[in-house]
Design a protein around this ligand. Structure first.
Ligand code: AR6
Length: 177
């Protein structure tokens, strides 16, 4: 396991990192869950930039990512990615979830971001099974970091106990290298 991967429990809107990732929807207009929390804490500037992106490219497809300012958040940027809605694993949902992590990290690199925090994308309102989602998140990020030297820290921030325990297991059982 790459040593740059860290685990925390809590509220992503409080983190003082270069970028936090938002589990958004294709409209980019906000919603419930972590998306609602980020827009509430970050303020109008984030929504204004989301609307500008939406006007330009018509929202954000599932698995893709876009970037805005962090507004009033401690984080400098918010990377908005759209996780898949779980419907039994059909239509490439696992690959789409992996794409969220990869595309967010690529956007981070393009924007010279060195520290980034991910929520547990798709595991709330979108009902992706938490255990599967955690494995995909950890293995995708770990694989990505093997070919990257510019990212300094990737935090998985878990809100609920179940996710926290799943990540704790995955991160402690894999060997460090
Ligand atoms: N900090 C960190 N994680 C959080 C926070 C927080 N403040 N609040 C919730 N979580 P969800 P999704 C966790 O439902 O499943 C929105 O309406 C939560 O415990 O936020 O990808 C969007 O607009 C869960 O583990 O996102 C979309 O329509 C994780 O964040 C839809 O929900 C993701 O849960 C996206 O659904």
């Amino acid at each position: 396991m790459d040593k740059r991967i860290k685990l925390q429990q809590g509220d992503i809107t409080k983190l003082n990192v270069d970028a936090i990732v938002n589990a958004a929807n294709t409209s980019l207009l906000g919603g419930g869950g972590v998306d609602g929390a980020i827009h509430r804490a970050g303020g109008k500037q984030i929504l204004d930039e989301c609307i500008a992106i939406r006007n330009k490219q018509g929202g954000c497809p599932t698995g893709e990512a876009v970037i805005t300012t962090g507004g009033n958040l401690p984080a400098k940027y918010v990377i908005h990615t759209v996780g898949p809605v779980w419907n039994g694993g059909k239509s490439n949902q696992r690959e789409l979830l992996a794409n969220c992590y990869r595309n967010s990290l690529n956007l981070a690199i393009d924007n010279h971001i060195k520290t980034i925090a991910f929520p547990n994308i798709s595991t709330g309102i979108y009902h992706f099974p938490k255990s599967d989602a955690a494995e995909i998140a950890v293995s995708t990020v770990n694989d990505f970091l093997q070919n990257n030297e510019t990212i300094e820290e990737v935090i998985f921030i878990c809100f609920d106990d179940e996710n926290y325990k799943l990540y704790e297991n995955l991160l402690s059982t894999k060997k460090a290298h």
